[in-house]
Write a protein that binds this ligand. Structure first.
Ligand SMILES: Cc1cc2nc3c(=O)[nH]c(=O)nc-3n(C[C@H](O)[C@H](O)[C@H](O)COP(=O)(O)OP(=O)(O)OC[C@H]3O[C@@H](n4cnc5c(N)ncnc54)[C@H](O)[C@@H]3O)c2cc1C
Length: 331
């Protein structure tokens, strides 16, 4: 049986790879093991090696929804690449996209080919796999609305096809098991002249420029919107815009974005999330749930449940999945 050491010796898996540059926050420590994998066979072999060594693993997309701990991740981090970052559109207008395909590129490529529907993804800086895991959405659309089926690697089962109807996808939630690695996805689209799609995407990017803290280090919305209200509104109503802990602050522009300054640590963001959450709960009784995912260990209690759910037998963290079905009107 192949072990991780064998894959390290073969140059497939690297050791102590800094994760910060692979995330939008740009901080965080190294992955103990790290691999970029371009096909299903490589994913299967590498995950099997991790399982044989009882090493936890996780897949990192474009790192736009994660806070990686300053001490890094003591397991295997897999990123998809190669052919899994490509897409095509078939004669019926079905988009076939690899799990590593960047969402803005997907939206623009569809538009160019006269296929509409996925324009809302133009300003979501994640990957197809991340969008499926998070059921990413904005501007009145969600990934799950357009998804037909996925190919996913599931330990013990290999690569399987899962139809959209077999997954429960609700607000920032997908019932897919945490150990799954989404390799590819098929989306329906609608026929739409390219200039119409371009206009939709222009309006979206313009709206973002005006209402969100572009050009800062962040991971998008920090908290899920509770039912019936928006997390940003709640945080703002307590006058917390601009509140700072260490190098992290609540964006003065949008209260549900937490920006990292050049000296910020992952722990600063974690502490800010905990403190804002505590203040909102104590003032309003609403307990906010983070949308961003914490990877690795953080000091201070109370938030272990927020940690990234992991693949692998030994060290599965507990996970908390709460569905809020409310509108995501802040985006
Ligand atoms: C400026 C900004 C704006 C944003 N706007 C929006 C928005 O409008 N709407 C919205 O919903 N989100 C938004 N986000 C958050 C983020 O972009 C989305 O959640 C996105 O879908 C995450 O994709 P990712 O590839 O970066 O995933 P990552 O951050 O790398 O990972 C997020 C989760 O997905 C899992 N994952 C990643 N790839 C795979 C895969 N192939 N298979 C299985 N699991 C996988 C990871 O393990 C992790 O649990 C924004 C973020 C930023 C920085």
């Amino acid at each position: 049986m192949t072990r991780l050491d064998d894959l390290v010796a073969a140059g497939v898996v690297a050791e102590q790879v800094p994760l910060g540059p692979l995330t939008t926050y740009k901080f965080g420590g190294p992955a103990r093991w790290f691999a970029v994998l371009g096909d299903a066979g490589a994913v299967e072999r590498t995950v099997e090696a991790a399982l044989a060594d009882t090493v936890p693993y996780m897949v990192l997309g474009r790192g736009s929804n994660v806070v990686v701990s300053d001490s890094g991740f003591a397991g295997l981090v897999i990123q998809l690449g190669g052919d899994l970052a490509e897409m095509s559109v078939d004669a019926a207008g079905v988009v076939n996209a690899g799990g590593a395909m960047p969402l803005p590129r997907l939206a623009r490529a569809c538009a160019k080919q006269g296929r509409g529907g996925l324009e809302f993804l133009v300003a979501v800086p994640g990957s197809v796999g991340g969008a499926i895991r998070m059921n990413a959405g904005c501007h009145g659309s969600e990934t799950g609305e357009w998804l037909l089926r996925i190919e996913t690697y599931r330990p013990g089962r290999g690569v399987i096809t899962v139809q959209r109807a077999e997954m429960e996808m609700s607000y920032r939630h997908n019932s897919l098991p945490p150990e799954d690695i989404v390799l590819g996805a098929h989306f329906r689209t609608v026929a739409r002249p390219p200039e119409e799609s371009e206009a939709i995407m222009r309006a979206i990017t313009q709206w973002r420029r005006e209402s969100q803290p572009g050009g800062t280090l962040n991971a998008g919305s920090v908290f899920k919107n509770p039912e019936g209200t928006s997390a940003g509104w709640l945080v703002d109503s307590l006058g917390l815009k601009g509140m700072q802990i260490g190098g992290a602050r609540v964006s003065p522009r949008h209260a549900n974005f937490f920006e990292a300054g050049p000296e910020a640590s992952a722990q600063d963001v974690y502490n800010l999330v905990c403190e804002v959450r505590r203040r909102v709960a104590s003032a309003t009784g609403v307990v906010l749930e983070p949308e961003i995912r914490f990877v690795g260990e953080f000091a201070g209690g109370g938030a272990a449940d927020w940690r990234e759910p992991l693949g692998s037998g030994e060290e599965k963290t507990s996970r908390r999945e709460i569905d809020h079905v409310g509108e995501d009107e802040q985006r």
